[in-house]
Design a binder for this molecule. Structure first.
Ligand code: ADP
Length: 680
């Protein structure tokens, strides 16, 4: 047995280990059976060869075998892990210990090399590494989620590309920073991040939806799940954070909600437009609805003028009510409104100040309007549109076709309401016209009837004195023919009576002439200063005989002697009428005339105790041809009071009556002492 074999036995090494003894030059002197198993060589194939045969070619070529020997020689021992090669080139990972052996004199005797196969351990480690790497790659590949780890203090520990995409930070910019950097400043200040960490720690997991902030400061709506990560011993190792951008979904939800609001607004408006008779009210409601649902700062309804050159503001939201009615000079296709009408389509304005299709409306520029949407409001026929409905925004925004569809729907509701109300108005107008026509017809018929009645009454009234006159004249003629002549007194008496009939005829004709004067506006007054007590006395004197015939006591009560500027004959005519009526309608009962003065007016009262007048007829009797008393018992044309009132009116005075049926009547004439201009 050689020294080397003895050494092997001496060391008692073997088993799993491959042990080589190398001579001072590094040549293999001997080895153990373990080495034979490990390397696959037989002893006779390796003994005496350089130990470099067990190294991979690249290591062997670089002189690693010799340099390792040198290190072992210098420091006594060298241990390392590295690749070894079997017979046939197969590699295995091994732990190699190289020990230098010196003789008693300190000279180098050789080396002992033990090699332990670590392949299995390495394979396990590699598997672990590989699966971790796969997971890392998987996490890295996820684009739509931000997946990252936080350390137990909340600092970002890992960062995937989805996180970079969502938040804008690159890994090196964010790793190590507290994750509250991803929150809105106010949320971060309020400790929202810490609160979520606490909940995740206590309950294992927390989920949240809310606004988060990107590196560039923009916001996004995020769904966030934070999960506590613990090791086998339960120790908190950190948090896994999964963040998903829900902005789109939220926007879609908001959009759906906005559409729902718009639908509701249209429905409500349609209902109200059906109920409201007033188009202005429907328009007011429409502009307010549009303003809130479309979030437009200014909303207007403009009505096209009949000449189609201008618009006027009919309803508005976002500008003062006092603007209603203002005229906007912007018809024709050189304006948004005109264009909407000409093209019968919505007109979108994205940036008003730089608009090129037409000059921007100065009043809108002044109100800082940037974006607009204008739709036509149809009218009763295609060539007669009503106007436009427009929504204006002070911020730059793109109104969408959906917005336009909504606005058009509102405009259509308005158009329907406008057309409906207009046609209703026309129906009402036609009805009014028909009613007026009916009234006029009735009035004309009534006038005809009154005229016929008047003619028959007038004829009757005129015939009576004429018949009497004829009788007297023929009697007179017979007396003259017979030559009897009779006494001169008798003839004179007959002539006097005839004269009275002529006077009565003259009065009747005069009344008719007065009516035509009044109707023709030709009633003129010859004013002179007159003592009204005197006038009353004269009239009373004149009708004395008439009163005596009717057996009515006639009394004059002069309480004052007012002097007024009047037309003497006309005032006489009035008093004669009143006293005559009092005697006619109060025959057999006393009649009283009172003259008085109140302040600046003369007052003349004619009172009787006759048949009286029903309250409903008190006003009517002053009208032309109006008679209340039965005509078979009382003669008359129904003109006396009519003429009297006009005469008194012309003097600036008044005439009125108080009466009750069967209780007599009190007529009162009030005349200003100094007449001003006539009241009519
Ligand atoms: P007439 O010629 O019929 O008297 P008037 O115009 O003088 O016309 O009067 C109109 C009507 O007023 C009369 O028909 C009569 O019915 C009523 N009336 C006028 N005066 C009196 C009176 N003193 N008492 C009762 N009724 C009167």
């Amino acid at each position: 047995m050689s020294d080397s074999d003895q050494l092997l036995q001496l060391l008692g090494v073997g088993g799993d280990h491959a042990v080589y003894v190398l001579d001072g030059d590094g040549k293999i002197a001997t080895w153990n059976p373990g080495a034979e198993r490990l390397t696959g060589y037989r002893s006779d194939e390796v003994l005496g060869r350089d130990a470099a045969i067990f190294l991979p070619p690249e290591a062997a070529q670089s002189g690693k075998a010799q340099s390792d020997l040198a290190i072992a020689r210098a420091s006594g021992r060298l241990e390392e892990e590295g690749w070894q090669v079997r017979k046939g080139g197969g590699r295995y990972w091994a732990d190699v210990v190289l020990t230098a052996i010196f003789d008693d004199q300190g000279g180098l005797w050789g080396y002992l090399k033990t090699v332990r196969d670590l392949s299995e351990r390495r394979a396990a480690a590699e598997d672990l590494w590989r699966s971790e790497e796969r997971l890392r790659l998987l996490v890295e590949a996820v684009q739509d989620y931000a997946l990252f780890m936080l350390d137990p203090e909340g600092r970002v520990a890992t960062w995937n590309s989805g996180a970079q995409r969502l938040n804008g930070y690159r890994a090196e910019e964010i790793i190590g920073r507290h994750f509250k950097a991803l929150y809105q400043p106010e949320d971060a200040a309020a400790g929202k991040a810490e609160r979520e960490m606490r909940i995740a720690r206590d309950q294992g997991r927390v989920e949240d939806e809310g606004w988060r902030v990107r590196k560039d400061g923009t916001r996004y709506w995020a769904n966030v799940v934070l999960t506590a990560v613990r090791d086998a011993s339960g120790q908190l190792r950190g948090f896994a954070k999964v963040t998903r951008d829900m902005t789109e979904r939220r926007r879609a939800e908001e959009l759906a909600a906005a559409r729902a609001r718009e639908q509701a607004a249209i429905a409500q408006l349609s209902l109200d437009a059906l109920r409201l008779a007033d188009v202005a009210a429907a328009m007011g409601q429409a502009v307010r609805a549009v303003s809130s649902t479309l979030d437009a700062g200014i909303v207007e309804v403009l009505e096209l003028a009949p000449d189609q050159r201008t618009f006027s503001l009919r309803a508005c939201a976002g500008r003062p009510e006092s603007d209603l009615g203002i005229v906007v000079r912007a018809a024709g296709p050189e304006s948004a409104s005109g264009l909407a009408l000409a093209s019968d389509a919505p007109v979108f304005v994205w940036d008003l100040p730089s608009e090129r299709r037409f000059p921007p409306r100065p009043d809108l520029l002044q109100r800082k309007v940037v974006s607009s949407l204008t739709v036509p409001i149809h009218g009763e026929s295609p060539d007669a549109p009503y106007g436009v409905l427009s929504a204006h925004s002070r911020r730059k925004r793109a109104f969408t076709p959906t917005d336009a569809a909504y606005l058009s729907a509102i405009a259509n509701v308005l158009a329907t309401a406008i057309v409906r109300v207009r046609s209703e108005e026309r129906v009402r107008e036609a009805q009014r016209a028909a009613e007026l026509q009916q009234l006029r017809l009735a009035q004309a018929e009534e006038a005809l009837r009154q005229r016929d009645e008047f003619l028959s009454v007038a004829a009757h009234e005129l015939r009576t004195p004429i018949t009497a006159l004829r009788l007297r004249l023929s009697g007179l003629e017979q007396s003259l023919r017979r030559g009897t002549g009779g006494a001169a007194d008798e003839v004179a008496e007959k002539i006097q009576r005839s004269m009275r009939n002529t006077t009565r005829l003259a009065v009747l004709v005069e009344r008719l002439l007065d009516v035509s004067r009044i109707v023709g506006g030709r009633l003129t007054l010859n004013l002179e200063l007159v003592d009204l007590a005197e006038v009353a006395a004269d009239v009373v004197e004149d009708v004395k005989e008439q009163a005596a015939d009717a057996e009515s006591e006639l009394k004059l009560d002069v309480r004052a002697r007012p002097k007024a500027e009047v037309d003497l004959l006309r005032i006489e005519q009035v008093l004669t009428n009143l006293v005559g009526n009092a005697i006619k309608y109060g025959a057999g009962k006393p009649v009283e005339v009172v003259v008085d003065q109140r302040d600046d007016t003369a007052v003349i009262i004619v009172r009787d105790s006759g048949i009286g007048i029903a309250p409903k007829d008190l006003e009517r009797i002053f009208n032309r041809f109006e008679r209340v008393a039965p005509s078979n018992r009382y003669a008359g044309l129904g003109l006396g009071l009519y003429i009297s009132r006009r005469v008194v009116d012309a003097h600036g005075g008044t005439i009125g009556v108080r009466s009750e049926e069967g209780k007599g009547a009190i007529f009162e004439v009030i005349l200003p002492l100094h007449p001003g201009p006539p009241s009519t």
